[in-house]
Design a protein. Structure first.
Length: 321
């Protein structure tokens, strides 16, 4: 681990940067997916990533020109996180998950992880308190809330990350014929170009200009915002909208207070705690390195389960590639 993220130098001279924070111009750079915290300005060198990630990155202002989906001794593994998200299996059996979900959600299939010698896994929700309800239960609960609000003539806004979560919400609740926040509509259009069956709809600016939001109730899919956001405040003051926030962090009672939503629902594009444990069991590694999240806590739990596990530190991978 370096100040620029995970760097692996092989005995054969191969160098790979795993989700670096900035471009390096040397060796191979692996970009797991197109969330902003995993993108950087390219500075030369070969990028290993998916076509979907390249296209979404371009839409978000990050150009990934010299990229490939195939490289000798490197295998991209569907990570089930967002469209185009990948993990990578390389070297002497090293598997880096990137952000990962083994749980299927709407059109997203859960990751099928490989056996490996060394596992480098994220553990965003690597604490036992983060065990999420089944998606079917979440859909049922949200449909009940929407139905109740509609009976009162109140519009409802579903809030989730504009890339990934918002598309899941667009699919799961398409039967309410929602409007989209303009930024969500832009991402949905990209998903449709890659064959994801998301219904088209008006963006919020066009719907409001046409006076359609005055015809209540309605449903809208919008990015993850707090109750203090100007957009949310406008929608609540003018249209008396009810907000439902979606996040894995909603499993914690602290989330509702921090985000100031009317309702908070646990729904994540990451593995929950039990799924992380099952992921490790399926990979059956000799060594586990934890990154991103509750690294100390999850590694400690894995040690108690009999695994050789530790948070990833600088030069920790020298003996395995």
């Amino acid at each position: 681990m370096t100040s620029n993220g995970i760097f692996v130098s092989g005995q054969d001279g191969t160098k790979i940067h795993l989700d670096p924070k900035k471009g390096t111009g040397e060796g191979i750079t692996f970009v797991s997916h197109a969330h902003i915290d995993h993108l950087h300005r390219q500075s030369g060198g070969l990028v290993l990533t998916s076509q979907q990630t390249s296209e979404i990155a371009k839409m978000r202002g990050y150009s990934i020109e010299n990229y490939t989906e195939e490289y000798e001794n490197f295998s991209l593994i569907d990570a089930g996180h967002i469209l185009g998200a990948k993990g990578v299996l390389f070297g002497d059996g090293i598997f880096y998950t990137g952000d990962i979900s083994t749980r299927g959600r709407a059109f997203m299939k859960g990751a099928q992880v490989p056996r490996c010698k060394v596992l480098i896994t994220e553990c965003t929700f690597g604490m036992p308190e983060y065990v999420f309800p089944q998606v079917e239960e979440t859909v049922r609960r949200v449909n009940e809330i929407i139905s109740d609000m509609y009976s009162r003539g109140k519009p409802v806004i579903l809030l989730g990350y504009e890339l990934g979560k918002a598309q899941i919400l667009s699919y799961l609740f398409s039967h309410w014929v929602p409007y989209y926040h303009d930024s969500v509509k832009k991402v949905n259009d990209v998903y449709r170009r890659f064959g994801v069956d998301l219904p088209d709809s008006l963006g919020h600016s066009q719907a409001e200009s046409a006076g359609l939001l005055d015809k209540k109730p309605w449903l809208m899919i919008a990015p993850n915002m707090s109750g203090k956001n100007i957009f949310v405040q406008h929608m609540k003051s003018k249209y008396d909208a009810i907000t439902i926030g979606f996040s894995g962090w909603a499993q914690s009672p602290r989330f509702a207070f921090a985000r100031q939503h009317d309702y908070t629902i646990p729904l994540s594009d990451h593995c929950d705690y039990n799924e992380l444990v099952q992921l490790v069991k399926q990979c059956n590694p000799e060594k586990v390195y934890t990154v991103h999240g509750f690294v100390e806590e999850f590694a400690s739990d894995l040690v108690k389960m009999g695994y050789d596990a530790q948070p990833l530190t600088e030069n920790a991978l020298d003996d395995y590639f």
